[in-house]
Design a protein around this ligand. Structure first.
Ligand code: NAD
Ligand code: MG
Length: 330
């Protein structure tokens, strides 16, 4: 069973006199900066010259500096910019500001686990990763709660790496909800596998396959869209709030019987074997290498796939159908 830390396990004193440089002010960055600042910690936000987020951070009453100056000032530097630019920004602007005993923090393990960033041995390397989007991390904090988060230590030079991570997590509000201990390896590999096999890849292909099956059999695409895509949210919400059995209790017995007997035929042994091969590609680093090279190739494959997917009837038709549903408009 996982080790879970709460408020009482965190020692805020370990961050006394330590400045926290938050690199990036996007989804996670704005929430971390504001929560830690409101918790009384000493925060500086690091951004590029001319970044539109500079004004947002200043408007929130935060100290803002160039990335290199923030990294230099920070005893703790957390990388909250997109994962695919972190290695470059680290090399150019963060590394020069790191001195012995500093700590390098992340909210996702990709760059450390797959050696895109190879940290010097005389610093702490820690992950504090909220299991929720930035705006929720901010909102929960303001309401007096927190979002469950992960903590991991990759490198403990000072002997206080975990304490620093937990004190940071407390400033974020995360220890109010619970902070689960993990490793960079576990967080990175499970995160990639989950998004590939289940959340993004598995789910969107399942929806498309169902839609295609009905349309190819001669049913109207509009009806197929509602059955295979639109109603997914209802079911996912039921699973999210009540678990799988709770969802089954809330749909009809006909739906539940069809689920129990046909579901394992859709996700059959072949699919489970393929999931294992996808996990193997994550564990071996093959996926990471492919993605890093794809970025170096200016995302040639990704852009071609994006164009092809956008032209699928479920997308063009979906746009029309969603415009009929006023509650779906932002
Ligand atoms: P984001 O895309 O919202 O971050 C954008 C910020 O980075 C902006 O302030 C932007 O100006 C700045 N930025 C972009 N390129 C830059 C560059 N080259 N130099 C300097 N600044 C640059 O990022 P995010 O979604 O908050 O993700 C940050 C980290 O948090 C990632 O490691 C991500 O995996 C992790 N994470 C994200 C979420 C989430 O819900 N978004 C959840 C958990 C963990
Ligand atoms: Mg420094």
């Amino acid at each position: 069973m996982a080790k879970i830390y709460y408020d009482k396990d965190a020692k805020p004193e370990v961050l006394k006199g330590q400045k926290i440089a938050i690199i990036g002010y996007g989804s996670q960055g704005h929430a971390h900066a504001q929560n830690l600042n409101d918790s009384g910690l000493d925060v500086v936000v690091g951004l590029r010259d001319g970044d539109p987020d500079v004004e947002k951070a200043k408007a929130a009453g935060l100290e803002v500096a160039l990335v290199e100056d923030a990294a230099k000032a920070g005893d703790i530097v957390i990388m909250l910019i997109p994962d695919d630019v972190q290695a470059r920004v680290y090399g150019e602007s963060v590394l020069p500001g790191l001195v012995s005993g500093n700590a390098l923090f992340f909210a996702h393990g990709f760059n450390i686990h797959y050696n895109q960033i190879v940290p010097q041995p005389d610093i702490d390397v820690v992950m504090v990763a909220p299991k929720g989007p930035g705006p929720m991390v901010r909102q929960m904090y303001v309401e007096g709660g927190g979002v469950p988060s992960l903590v991991a230590v990759y490198q403990d030079y000072t002997g206080t790496a975990l304490e620093r991570g937990l004190a940071y997590a407390k400033g974020l509000g995360a220890t109010r909800a619970g902070v689960i201990e993990t490793t960079f390896k576990e967080e990175t590999e499970t995160d990639l596998f989950g998004e590939q096999a289940v959340l993004c890849g598995g789910c969107s292909e399942l929806v498309k396959a169902g839609f295609d099956t009905l349309v190819e059999a001669g049913y109207q695409p509009e009806i197929a869209y509602f059955e295979c895509l639109h109603e997914l949210k209802l079911i996912v919400d039921l699973i999210h709030y009540h678990g799988i059995s709770g969802m089954r209790q809330r749909v009809s017995d006909t739906a539940e019987y069809g689920d129990l007997t046909r579901g394992p035929r859709v996700i059959d042994q072949d699919v489970r074997e393929e999931m294992k091969r996808i996990l193997e590609g994550v564990q071996s680093g093959a996926f990471a290498t492919e993605w890093v090279l794809e970025n170096q190739a200016n995302r040639a494959t990704m852009e071609a796939l994006r164009r092809r997917e956008a032209a699928h009837p479920i997308e063009t038709l979906g746009k029309e159908l969603r415009s009929m549903m006023t509650w779906l408009q932002e």
